[in-house]
Write a protein that binds this ligand. Sequence first.
Ligand SMILES: Nc1ncnc2c1ncn2[C@@H]1O[C@H](COP(=O)(O)OP(=O)(O)OP(=O)(O)O)[C@@H](O)[C@H]1O
Ligand SMILES: [Mg+2]
Length: 484
Amino acid sequence: MFSKYKKNGAAPAPKAPGKAPATNVTPIPAAAPEAPRKSLMKANASAKTVEVAPGSKDQKRRDRLSEIKLEIHKSLLDNLNLAALENASEQDLRTEINAIASESLEEMGIVLNREERNQLAQELYFEVKGLGPLEPLLQDDSVNDILVNGPKQIFVERSGKLQLTDITFKDERHLLRIIDKIVSAVGRRVDESNPYVDARLADGSRFNAMVPPVAVDGSLVSIRKFKKDKLAIDDLVGFGAFSEEMAAYLQAAVATRLNVIVSGGTGSGKTTTLNALSSFIDNAERILTIEDTAELQLQQTHVGRMESRPPNVEGKGGVSQRDCLRNALRMRPDRIIVGETRGEEVIDMLQAMNTGHDGSMTTIHANNARDAISRLENMVAMAGIEMPLKAIRAQIASAVNLIVQASRLQDGSRRMVSITEITGMEGDVISMQEVFRFQRVGLTPDNKIIGHFTATGVRSHYSERFKLWGYDLPAAIFEPVAAQ
Ligand SMILES: Nc1ncnc2c1ncn2[C@@H]1O[C@H](COP(=O)(O)OP(=O)(O)OP(=O)(O)O)[C@@H](O)[C@H]1O
Ligand SMILES: [Mg+2]
């Protein structure tokens, strides 16, 4: 029934090198001609993954423009009325910038061609109004992450791959000025005594900066771009992030109010998965979301969003995720979604999952389902709760129903590599069973991963529940898929 969804890209498993059948073993002749020695080690793949974006031949001209730009920028700051600039229309501002730029160029005796002039005007506009050299990257929809390692090295992530760009800041001061612009806009400060800061940009992108001397070679900036159109279930299935069968299973799990944890490493797609899963929640339900940086975009009508807040420079006014979560419990939620559980809020999250707010969801930083459980145990212990380990485990086992593992694989693809059900306790150990997984079978010559999604063949622990709630999943969903 589901055969049309079977992945057919999977190639037969490659033969293990050097494992010839035993009968065929021929001794190596004593005087075998010496073949050029091949290193047993694979060439370092990282050289291939760091591709320099085209266009570096223009570097000289760019440097020159950059010098001029800084000069003019200074005179812009002297000549522009910055307070009035706040409300100026884009057109007015551009006209003003062009006028001052022309004047400065004339004074400096510099002649630019039309293209250079346009580029200069655009960059100056970004300096004044936007985030300087980072602005084109922010506007480029194919870029997911922007990573700045000091003024001269800016990487971007496109389709899971890191690329070095030829964009640079003039120097560290230039970079610091842009960082300062971002953080002061959200009422924060970053300097030697507060060397790092987390913030949300006006467009919703997540921003983190760390400045020297803690950042040794110049300021480090990481930006996770905000996607206006979040990836929906269909998109993710289309990208091969998980299979249609898994989607059907997850729909049943979310709709029947199982408590779900999305586990994964940094940038593995946890938030994206959580957001997509939330689409299975009924529109009539009241959902409260709690995040450190508001990223989720739920489609339902009845959504209350909360964002925690760090304390200000005097150490006051902080509102933790735990504070939000405790308050949320008094706000009559049908479901609670915590963007990422990483600390003491774990206690309240587990309690909420156990006491009538089933159907709650969160993400957790872990490498596999077992690891996710250990992380939960550690977080409970770190929160200072004096409870025997067995009791903590019992609490976890009854709170969490499902662990969905997201992963960014070595070829840059993001996939749901496993769906695991928590089935209870066996003695002191939490018992679990994997229901679906991504079966890797090999690598293509250009290092793309070959594999397919498959059920493991176990019967879902929740199949009765699904049936009672009207989600009678076809048995074929749970049948293993053979490699093709
Ligand atoms: N299956 C996918 N295919 C392609 N791109 C994806 C996929 N899943 C996520 N992405 C993209 O990858 C980036 C990281 O995703 P996301 O923010 O969900 O990861 P995360 O695990 O929550 O990261 P963090 O650990 O930083 O919170 C985003 O830009 C997102 O749009
Ligand atoms: Mg996230």
